[in-house]
Write a protein that binds this ligand. Sequence first.
Ligand code: BV8
Ligand code: ZN
Length: 243
Amino acid sequence: MFSEYLVDFLPRAKRVIFLTGAGVSAESGISTFRDPDGLWNKFSPLELASIEGFVNNPERVWQWYQHRRQILNNAKPNAGHYAMAKIQEFLPDVHIITQNVDRLHQAAGAKNVVELHGNILTNRCFKCAKAYTKEIDLDSGELPKCESCSGNIRPDVVWFGEMLPEKAIEKAQEVSEMCDIFFSIGTSSEVFPAANLPLLAKKGGAYLVEINPSTTQISKEADECVRELSGNALPNLLKDIGF
Ligand code: BV8
Ligand code: ZN
């Protein structure tokens, strides 16, 4: 349930930020980084979503990404994604800053989406960064190689230990430090520098709302914590504000 204060303030807010994490896609059937994902729960994402992980065992990392792409092929945006895109239609300045790489916000019609950690749908050369548009077929037994420099091909995600795309993190910081309401939704707030954004917003005077069934590293900083699934809470928020 959202507070009266928020329901009254949101329709008048000049700038609203939604920071989203894996929890927002959980109701689309995409497991979060914390839920055990069956086959892969013996490896930590930290080890698979990292440069070392790829350099040490590119086959295993490619299998993990192809496994996740398979799941994503059948995944659809959920009510939470649609509700955020709807709120964007009614308010003048709403940015969605996502740590997710699944592009479900865009699939739900959202605009102004800042992808902090890249996306899992496209690939590039690890060496010369040239886009790689051919199908990935691991069954061929060969790992994909760049046609220009024969470097290894990798997914277009940001791995642990890699810098975030400069434009993305700069945009995220710029809009977060000057916003009226900052929603942190479905993220454990354990991955940096994304986890700094709610604090930046708070310092800039924003009203900080957390939507997450569990407590997180930023719960104590939040002005309001809604302990619900985002797929329920966000459509309810839309109803509360009469949009
Ligand atoms: C970097 C793409 C410079 C790949 C990912 C301080 C400053 C800067 C860096 C660091 C720092 N301290 C440590 C670092 C290093 C590191 C880091 O943060 N480590 C952590 C583990 C301590 N950061 C980096 O390496 C970043 N690079 O800063 O470069 C640099 C370089 C070297 C050294 C220093 C600095 C790069 C980070 C990006 C990594 N790439 N993803 C891929 O996806 O394959 S991160 C990955 O984790 C995903 O993007 C994921 O989204 C993200 C964070 O996880 P969450 O989204 O929060 O998901 P999680 O499962 O943790 O939590 C889900 C939450 O949802 C839970 O709270 C749950 O309760 C909730 N939930 C579940 N269901 C629902 C729900 N909520 C609502 N509704 C539901 N239905
Ligand atoms: Zn190359």
